[in-house]
Structures are given as structure tokens and as C-alpha cells.
Ligand binder design. Sequence first.
Ligand code: SF4
Ligand code: SF4
Length: 291
Amino acid sequence: MKEILVVSGKGGTGKTTLCAALAALWEDSKVMVDADVDASNLPLLLSPRLLERTPFFAGWQPVRDEEKCTACGTCREKCRFEAIGEDLEIDLLACEGCGVCAWFCPEEAIRMDEKEVGEVYLSETPYGPLVHAELYPGEENSGKLVAEVKKRARRLAEEKGVGCIFLDGPPGVGCPVIASLSGVSLCLLVTEPTISGLHDVKRLAALLRHFKVPGYLVLNKADLAPDLAEEMLAFAREEGLPHLGSIPYDPEVFRALHQAKPLPEVSQAPAAKAVREIKNRLEKILEEVAT
Ligand code: SF4
Ligand code: SF4
């Protein structure tokens, strides 16, 4: 089974547009994954129909049993995060789930329950199954949720005998990206020719090198700043990061986004043509990886 992760140094560089376009163009069976659990956008372009919703638990939260509680105040005194009010109500937004209150309660009136921090979804789309998720506002542990989403996608791909998993990765180089990198066959690094884009490419290239994941560069809106695009390509050559393709600026991309559809579904214009070429090259690379 092959896993193709699409990443970018920041949001808004065309990562999800490329991923949705690959979903529409890839003829073989595949599982699509939105691993950007903090801001899941891929479902917006793939017309999903929700099949399954599973709560995701991570960390702990205290629950006070009013019957057992004698209002001694020890828990409030011991809580270093000032999460317990004068009325002994626990403010779950301030609570860090450390469990100290439960440990010191002389009446064993506080139990620590697993905390629901998000949901994992399985949907069907016209392009195949989609595994996606949502981390509730203010919750942490997005790396754990990414790992869970990947686990579900792999299990589903195995059950269905699917050969490819496409992942729309989280932006940046932090914990969620590292979690999404685990076990992938290759990574498409999408960027635009800007100073910050070049900086992001360098950081991501270092991350891929560290985790020994083969990376391929995709330059979006490459024609808007040819000098910077050339500088990025020069860096990619030095880094051994093959250039998979460039996508020109094309207002058709916005038309596709406006219609909430993958680009190749609404356009045959230059950007759609470039994406098709990227998909063809990717297919060849995966064939070579398989042989
Ligand atoms: S420490 Fe236990 S008994 Fe004391 S106020 Fe807190 S919950 Fe109630
Ligand atoms: S679990 Fe920790 S942070 Fe939360 S209320 Fe208890 S002592 Fe405070």
C-alpha cells in the first residue's frame, strides 16, 4: 500500500486544491484522508456523505461526586491551575487534567474520566472513501488525532484492498505534521514562490531529510514570481528534492473553489492541465517505487 502525503509550510498554498484534484483524477481505488484536523477543508471539495462518526478521547478530566464531597476545599487548595472555584465547580477550560485534585481528595469524591476532544468521521464521496476528523475548539492533542485518522484510513484501505492512500496534511512543521509523516511512501511539498514560501520549503525539506521521507516539490502560482521560483528550484536541486511540476496562476482555481468541486471537474484550463501532468508523473514514480 502506498501513502502519499501532501504538505505545505502554511495554509493557503494550494495543498488541499491539489489533493482534491488528485482524488478526482486518480482512477485506481484509493482512500482519501484529511489529516489537517485543526482546519479540515478537504471535505468541502469532495461532496462527502457522512457514514460514521466516532468520538475521539485523549487526556483526562475530573468529575466531582457531590454525594461524597464534604466541601473540605482540599482540591481547590491543591490545584495549581486555579481551575476549581470557591463553589468547588471545576472549570474544564482551565483544568490541565493533572489529576492532583483526585489524588488529594480525602473522600475519593473526584474521579478522572477520559476526555472527549474530537470526532473521527468516515464519509463516502464520488471519489472514494474519505476519513476526516475534527478537534474541538481549544483542545490539544492534534498529533494524536492525526495518528488516529491515519490508523482508521489504513484499516479501511486494508479491508477494501485499496492500493493508495492520499493524505491532505496539516500545515507547518510541528507535531501534527510529524504525526502525519509516519509511514508515508512519499511527500508532495506544495509551495508558492514567495520569500516565506522559500523559508517554509527549507524547513520542510530538513524535516523530510530527518525522517528519511522522499519529497517532491510542487510549485503553485509559479509564474507570479519567476526569479523566486527559480531560486526554489535551485534549492530543490541542491537538496535532492525532485521538481514534480509547476501550476500556473489561473482564475479557474477560484471558480472550482467557489463551486466546491475538485479543479479538474470544472476546468480544462492551464492549472487543471498542470495538475493532470503532476498526477501522471506521480503515477510513474509510484510504479517505479513498486518495482
Ligand atoms: S477535596 Fe474532595 S471532599 Fe474536599 S472539596 Fe474537593 S471534592 Fe470535596
Ligand atoms: S485535574 Fe489538575 S488542573 Fe484539573 S482541576 Fe484537578 S488539580 Fe486542577
